[in-house]
Write a protein that binds this ligand. Structure first.
Ligand SMILES: [Fe+2]
Ligand SMILES: [Fe+2]
Length: 263
């Protein structure tokens, strides 16, 4: 089964990047299922809104994932969408894992885990959470298992890759918004990449405008710069980072390929 996954969509530029790129990728690669991380798709980059999820769905997304930004906004308006938030959080809102059915009649388990390093606090033990969700969904017999690890350190992401190697089809990381070049099949067969990157404005600091990011950091460093908050840009050129995985059952994959629309 072919799974296409697009990393963190950041602000209006991110939505436009997906609208510009995803239809062509779907035509070219014919994925069985397309998953998009929408945790920064709102106009201010903070979580998703029904409007951004609708726009992304119209562009070709079939399921959505969220990361730590799930914690910054009310979840209820998003509840009717096919969406998964980090599973290792103690919350009654939404679900952290779900088995989706593809248009081709296949079952895909999609789950998000959240890391601890350089991350908003609240995540519980992610290794135990991974074991728990695999146990919980085992009886549903998914054809493929897609695990997204939303983490701030590539060390955590690589550790999770090896922890789940041979137990799931795919482990890919998100959250840093910068794609890594370690795309490969791990020794026991699981497809892996530490971080997939993002969809948004090319000339940005992980999606936010350069000016607002520099001001934000200057303030953190003690400079008196007044208002300083990362702002989402609304113009191109755009970039879209993704991975295309061909799975080979629920515990391994045949291939994983890094895709990017960088000009
Ligand atoms: Fe993000
Ligand atoms: Fe994040």
């Amino acid at each position: 089964m072919k799974i296409l996954f697009l990393a963190d969509v950041y602000g209006p530029a991110g939505v436009k990047a997906v609208q510009e790129t995803l239809p062509g990728w779907k035509k070219k690669y014919s994925p069985d299922f397309t998953i998009v991380n929408a945790e920064n798709s709102a106009s201010d980059g903070v979580n998703a809104t029904p409007e951004t999820l609708t726009a992304l769905r119209e562009a070709g997304a079939e399921a959505f994932t969220l990361g730590d930004h799930f914690l910054y906004r009310k979840f209820k308006p998003l509840a009717s969408f096919p969406i998964v938030r980090p599973s290792n959080l103690e919350t009654e809102d939404g679900v952290g894992s779900n088995v989706f059915e593809t248009v081709t009649g296949k079952k895909v388990l999609v789950a998000v885990l959240m890391g601890k390093f350089a991350m908003k606090p609240g995540a519980t033990n992610y290794f135990q959470a991974a074991d728990d969700l695999l146990r919980k969904h085992g009886s549903e017999k998914p054809d493929a298992v897609f695990i997204e690890f939303h983490a701030g350190a590539t060390s955590e992401e690589q550790a999770m890759g090896f922890y789940l190697d041979g137990k799931v089809s795919v482990v890919v990381g998100t959250h840093t918004h910068v794609p890594t070049a370690d795309t490969r099949i791990l020794p026991k067969g699981t497809a892996f990449q530490s971080d997939v990157g993002m969809c948004g404005a090319l000339n940005s600091v992980i999606g936010a405008t350069v000016e607002s990011s520099l001001n934000f950091l200057r303030k953190e460093l003690g400079e008196d710069v007044g208002k300083a908050r990362p702002e989402a840009p609304n113009q191109g050129p755009y970039v879209c980072d993704a991975v295309l995985i061909e799975t080979d059952g629920p515990t391994k994959a045949k291939s994983i390929k890094r895709l990017t629309s960088r000009p």
